[in-house]
Design a protein around this ligand. Structure first.
Ligand code: URA
Length: 239
């Protein structure tokens, strides 16, 4: 038997704290009865749990997948415009997993997917922000002053970016390859940062999250995390 809020959080409904609010506000039912107390314990294998009358699917097997998202695929479970989603790439995975954060449609690279709601919430939470490393081909040749601005912080429309690590990896005619390490996960952040210093991104790839890298994966391929990797990841976010 497990506490109701924990079962809901594990099912990916919301963070544990949000699930407690759902229970307190009378939106959670167990076997058809509304439950508003937080101490209630349930058996995920037997009890029928619902939020606002909608049954909650209780996943039994936890899945932790590392996908090499190709460009031209949307980071979403469903797309109203019928575009290919990252879930379409996960053949043979019957569990309902969710992307941890998002990569833009045109961005490729490392994306985690899991049905462990609590871990996913923590990985995305600013307090535990893990290193996210991107390789960006940008237009033109940023000078030292551009790199300094990227490193120290850029004022975007949603505020200053935190300090970033920025290295120049290669130069070709008319373009430069940068490696940027950031801890935040704002919408289109790397693209907006580079555009703000006058060097828009041409191609963007996420190559690392925390200690996880793409390794030998090719675009469109995925692998299951090893138990040791899951343990390390959980430890990094205080679980
Ligand atoms: N920054 C971006 O601009 N795009 C992404 O997909 C991820 C980070």
């Amino acid at each position: 038997m497990e506490r109701l809020q924990k079962v809901l959080a594990h099912a990916g409904v919301a963070s544990r704290r949000k699930c407690e609010e759902l229970i307190r506000s009378g939106r959670v039912q167990v076997n058809g009865q509304t439950v508003t107390e937080l101490g209630v314990k349930v058996d995920p294998a037997k009890d029928r749990i619902a939020v606002d009358g909608m049954p909650v699917r209780l996943e039994t097997r936890k899945r932790y997948l590392l996908l090499y998202k190709p460009a031209g695929v949307i980071t979403s479970v469903r797309d109203p415009h019928g575009r290919r989603t990252v879930i379409d790439l996960l053949e043979g995975v019957p569990e309902r997993v969710y992307p941890v954060g998002r990569l833009d449609y045109e961005t490729e690279g490392l994306l985690l997917l899991t049905n462990d709601g609590e871990l996913a919430h923590r990985i995305m939470h600013p307090r535990y922000e893990l290193d996210k490393v991107y390789e960006a081909w940008v237009k033109g040749h940023p000078d030292e002053e551009d790199l300094r601005r990227l490193r120290e912080g850029i004022l975007l429309e949603d505020g200053w970016t935190h300090p970033a690590k920025v290295e120049r990896l290669a130069e070709r005619s008319g373009r430069t390859l940068l490696r940027l390490t950031i801890h935040e996960g704002r919408n289109r952040q790397v693209r907006r940062m580079c555009a703000a210093v006058g060097h828009p991104v041409l191609v963007l790839k996420r190559v690392r999250v925390g200690f996880l890298t793409l390794g030998r994966l090719r675009p469109g391929e995925w692998r299951e995390l090893a138990p040791e990797e899951v343990r390390r990841l959980r430890a990094l976010v205080g679980l």
